[in-house]
Design a protein around this ligand. Structure first.
Ligand code: G1P
Length: 295
């Protein structure tokens, strides 16, 4: 069954980026001139998703406006001969169908996904957490869709290996690699943020999922978990007992832009990757290395 819909939760408070996020949604903070949420949406669109569901909260209207047309701006760019930027702005406003649903209380990621239940209906869907930007010529969500289709539209969790002492930041999966595969596992459980000494493995999700609609039955049943929140991980763990659930080690460069370290890393790296800004960033780095006696 084709994956037509993706859920992108954007209701979080973004406390790690306060005070900026007092007024600006963290998803709208830019890496150079592109808001972080743009990468998640582009990933969905380039993976064949036709409809996006934002799970929002109050104060997040700027995100919906960003993906809407802005006719006044388009006219201004046209009159002033800024044709390239006009194309970019027009594309952002027309790239995908977006609907949103409010998460009225912040009760966890599981609760956020459950808010999209009626909009999803009875079909498999993707979940993309925008805190991580993951770049590869085949978008990570597409990589997971391919695995899901291979096994007859099953759930697939995007995973990567992390340092053992970082397991308490992630949902950690356990399972067995399929015969002859070094990248796909049949899962037998998933644990939310275990301490390193309790973690079954060091295979973690940075927040990419293909889920079957059965997840909603599990979301209904799970009790509150880590942090007193309804955890998507706990629902996936329950799903492992009812159906085959796979985990797939994705290919790509990952930037954890949900924290200041990763945000800075992405900013420098993206400037170096873009031919238009590469020289400028090179000069800045050289000058700072000298000025602060680095390296
Ligand atoms: C959430 C999920 C966790 C996942 C992580 C990826 O946690 O609950 O399983 O590994 O996103 O970023 P959060 O980072 O929102 O606390």
């Amino acid at each position: 069954m084709k994956i037509r819909k993706a859920v992108i939760p954007v209701a979080g408070k973004g406390t790690r980026f306060l005070p900026a996020t007092k007024q600006v949604p963290k998803e709208m903070l830019p890496i150079i001139n592109t808001p972080m949420i743009h990468y998640a949406v582009e990933e969905a669109v380039n993976s064949g998703v036709e409809e996006l569901i934002f799970v929002t909260s109050s104060g997040k209207e700027a995100i919906e406006n960003y993906f809407d047309r802005n006719l006044e701006l388009e006219r201004f760019l046209e009159v002033n001969g800024k044709h390239e930027m006009l194309k970019t702005v027009h594309r952002i406003g027309t790239m995908v169908e977006i609907v949103s649903v409010r998460q009225k209380e912040q009760l966890g990621l599981g609760h956020a996904i459950n808010c999209a239940r009626t909009l999803i209906g009875n079909e498999p869907f993707a979940v993309i957490l925008g805190d991580d930007i993951i770049l590869h010529e085949t978008p990570i969500t597409k990589q997971l869709i391919d695995v899901s289709e291979k096994f007859g539209a099953k759930s697939v969790i995007g995973v990567m290996e992390v340092d053992r002492n970082e397991t308490n930041k992630y949902g950690i999966v356990d399972g067995n690699f399929l015969d002859g595969s070094k990248s796909t596992l049949l899962m037998n459980k998933m644990v939310e943020k275990p301490r390193p000494e309790d973690a079954p493995t060091n295979i973690a999700t940075p927040g990419r999922y293909i889920l079957t609609a059965e997840i909603f039955d599990c979301l209904k049943e799970i009790p509150k978990g880590v942090g007193g929140e309804y955890q998507l991980t706990d629902a996936i763990n329950m799903l492992c007992g009812k159906d085959q659930v796979y985990a797939h080690i994705f290919k790509g460069d990952r930037f954890d832009t949900g924290c200041i370290d990763g945000y800075l890393d992405a900013t420098v790296e993206f400037a170096l990757r873009d031919p238009q800004t590469r020289k400028i960033m090179e000069e800045i780095i050289k000058e700072k290395v000298k000025k602060y006696n680095l390296g």
